[in-house]
Design a protein around this ligand. Structure first.
Ligand code: PEP
Ligand code: MG
Length: 545
């Protein structure tokens, strides 16, 4: 319509519903195939697109099947970091439990994988390797299909097709000139760039995710969850060795084995970013998430590390928590074990030094999670500055970096002025901030939130779209207090809300510097940011008669 001069480009931006834009990036079902298919279960649409494959109920078996060339769907009650390899191998992920900011949902979105979560009608029997739903039973290796756009589960194999835009930008299997859909997408994004004020960064943990996001127009990384780097290949063993260490010396030895892995990942990320900033968050999840839970896995690890299995069992017991989300996680880990933060800081700075030497500009921004007390941040900042100094002296380079914090617990928001004395930036971790402000578990809210919507207690899922009058107040207070202490403090958001158009518009109103979302949501956020900027233009005063 713009080409035909029926509307101008600003109207074109306003007319495209931002929430629908990721549909042009997602794989789709063949229309006729899905028309005749019977939906057997519904869950939350957690990662858009369509996927078909043989279902596996365990990450290891999913990886093995994928290695044999099978197309695989990983089906679990819920996922944990242990499932990461299976999630990478799978075309799509289906869970019976969990909400839109559950592990499965956020990791799937970051990888651009199709995901349906919280499909509560599914009965998963790990021992029998079956999934039952409303009287139908599926065995491992049976085909199923899922629509992460609609949150639907189908039996059997349905034909899928990849988006042309992804073929051009990510897979590079289609030339831009041969795709009309891509050219229109690019035109829309170019218009957005002309008006937007809010930058759009990405949540990415790997060089590949960073590359995809940059291709979609991200202006840097707003959240690199470093713990996700510990699950690939043999790294998990070094991580487990670190957790099982009996004393500081042993822990330092295990950390030294992890350092080269982290460093190599950061170098890869810096190279893909080509000088764009990277916010790197230090270790966040509770340690027991990294330890094996089943007896079988514990025996396996004991053999590998050549230690008695009883020692592993004792440590798993010791680390058990009743409420892990409010337990020994976030900056608490780095405060009790400063050697973990030291290793992570060293990995960032050594990577930056090496990348810089190879001619790649680096802008690391180190982010400390779950800060509620200024002193928590200050103690971690001390470690970061000390290691930075050491690396700069050893490598004889000058490194530019920032240290800041996540604002994701109410105390952090309410005392943001004190925190901003030392924090060079804030990033709102709205997943945890929603969880702690509402006192609602982000992983368990799926059982009652649909009823809350029916009862009109909430209009939308607060884990998907910012609860503006509650959580939003905390953000407003934190932004104002932060600015009162540090006028130009950089403010961002990196919770899952960063890819939700209504939340993006709210962030624009708060005057944040950027929103950060998963790579495949970057275009959605860019469009929403441009729409917010257009809405903001002051109306011309009416002419006097
Ligand atoms: C958050 O809490 O919003 C956040 C981005 O951190 P995580 O989801 O890793 O807890
Ligand atoms: Mg968090």
């Amino acid at each position: 319509m713009e080409k035909e001069k029926l509307i101008d480009w600003k109207t074109a931006i306003r007319r495209v519903p931002a929430n629908q834009l990721d549909q042009v990036l997602a794989p789709i079902f063949d229309r006729t195939a899905v028309k005749f298919a019977k939906c057997v279960a519904r869950g939350l649409p957690a990662g858009p697109g369509a996927a078909s494959g043989k279902m596996y109920l365990n990450a290891e078996r999913a990886v093995e099947a994928a290695a044999k060339g099978e197309r695989v769907l990983l089906v679990r009650n819920e996922t944990s970091p242990e499932d990461l390899r299976g999630m990478i191998a799978a075309e799509g992920i289906l869970t019976a439990k969990g909400g839109v900011s559950s592990h499965a949902a956020l990791v799937a979105r970051q990888m651009g994988k199709v995901c349906v979560c919280g499909a509560s009608a599914l009965q998963i029997d790990y021992a029998a390797k079956t999934m039952s739903v409303n009287g139908d039973t599926f065995k491992e290796g049976d085909y199923i299909s899922i629509s992460g756009t609609a949150g639907e589960v189908y039996p059997g194999e349905l034909k899928t097709a990849a988006s042309e835009i992804v073929q051009v930008l990510c897979e590079k299997s289609l030339a831009a000139k041969d795709s009309a859909a891509y050219q229109m997408f690019k035109q829309l994004m170019d218009w957005c760039a002309k008006v937007t004020k809010l930058q759009v960064r990405t949540n990415a943990d790997t060089p590949e995710q960073a590359a995809n996001a940059v291709a979609f127009g991200a202006s840097g990384i707003g959240l690199c969850r470093t713990e996700h780097m510990f699950f690939e290949g043999n790294r998990i063993d070094a991580m487990r060795e670190m957790i099982l260490a009996a004393n500081v010396e042993e822990r330092k030895k295990a950390l030294a084995n992890l350092l080269p892995y982290q460093k190599a990942d950061f170098i890869g990320i810096f190279k893909e970013l080509k000088g764009l900033p990277a916010t790197i968050r230090f270790l966040d999840p509770p340690l027991h998430e990294f330890l094996p839970n089943s007896k079988e896995q514990q025996m396996d690890l004991a053999r590998k590390l050549n230690i008695p299995v009883e020692r592993i069992m004792a440590r798993v017991n010791e680390l058990h928590e009743f409420n892990p989300m409010l337990g020994f996680r976030g900056c608490r880990l780095g405060l009790v074990y400063p050697e973990i933060s030291e290793m992570q800081a060293r990995a960032v700075f050594e990577a930056a030094a090496e990348a810089q030497r190879a001619g790649v500009k680096c802008k690391p921004e180190i982010m400390i999670p779950l800060v509620g007390f200024k002193k928590e941040l200050d103690l971690q900042i001390e470690v970061v500055h000390r290691v930075a100094k050491e690396v700069m002296a050893e490598k004889k380079v000058k490194l530019n970096y920032l240290v800041g914090t996540m604002i994701e617990v109410p105390r952090g928001a309410l005392t943001a002025d004190a925190i901003a004395e030392t924090a060079e930036f804030f990033s709102f971790g709205t997943n945890d901030l929603t969880q702690t402000c509402l006192g609602m578990s982000r992983d368990d809210s799926g059982s009652f939130l649909p009823h809350y919507a029916e009862l009109e207690i909430v209009k939308t899922n607060p884990f998907a779209s910012i609860d503006q009058s509650g959580v939003g107040q905390l953000m407003k207070i934190a932004a104002e207090k932060g600015r009162s202490m540090r006028k130009d403090i950089k403010l961002g958001i990196c919770g899952e809300h960063g890819g939700d158009p209504e939340s993006v518009k709210f962030c624009h109103k708060l005057g944040l510097t950027y929103v950060s979302c998963s790579p495949f949501r970057v275009p959605v956020a860019r469009l929403a940011a441009a729409q917010a900027a257009l809405e903001d233009v002051p109306k011309k005063p009416a002419k006097k008669k």
